[in-house]
Design a protein around this ligand. Structure first.
Ligand code: SF4
Length: 165
């Protein structure tokens, strides 16, 4: 469960100045990957917030994952997670990583990152734009406020007449 206060406290305590990010593709179509890499280009300039892409999970503070986690990608993803030193953050980026997306109940995927790893932060979108990725990380870092509050949707089935079915 996403706990913004816990993450903000963790960031303040352990990652005061910068967050080094390792990006992992866990079966994504590459749409999310392109936007993630785009967010770190000079045009969007994520480094002004102290965010930096690194080439090794051993140098990272954050594991940024895209894709619904295919069964083939799962063993390598777990190895990557173990290689990131503690304390670490895990961010699910894109609708596939957030909840499986269109693949949520297919036989060859795990149906989302939180089925296999403890996820601290979710950035939805198919794919999320670089602005959304930066905004999401900025919310987690406590730099900006959330735009909307989360809620659980409950369908009102009482209004549906059964005799029409
Ligand atoms: S969320 Fe959309 S863009 Fe991202 S990996 Fe899934 S299908 Fe591709």
């Amino acid at each position: 469960m996403f706990d913004q206060e816990k993450i903000a406290a963790l960031l303040k305590k352990h990652f005061k100045r910068s967050l080094w990010v390792y990006h992992a593709n866990a079966g994504s179509c590459n749409g999310c990957d392109i936007e993630e890499v785009n967010a770190f280009t000079p045009y969007y300039d994520a480094e002004r917030f102290g965010l930096k892409l690194v080439g090794s999970p051993r140098h990272a503070d954050v594991l940024l994952v895209s894709g619904p986690v295919t069964r083939q990608a799962l063993p390598r993803l777990k190895e990557l997670y173990d290689a990131v030193p503690n304390p670490k953050l895990v961010i699910a980026c894109g609708s596939c990583a957030v909840g499986g997306g269109v693949w949520f109940d297919t036989y060859h995927t795990m149906g989302g990152l939180d089925k296999v790893l403890p996820v601290d932060f979710f950035i939805p979108g198919c794919p999320p734009r670089p602005e959304a990725i930066l905004w999401g990380i900025a919310v987690a870092m406590g730099l900006v406020d959330k735009k909307v509050e989360p809620y659980n949707y409950q369908e009102n089935t009482a209004d549906k007449p059964m005799d029409n079915i």
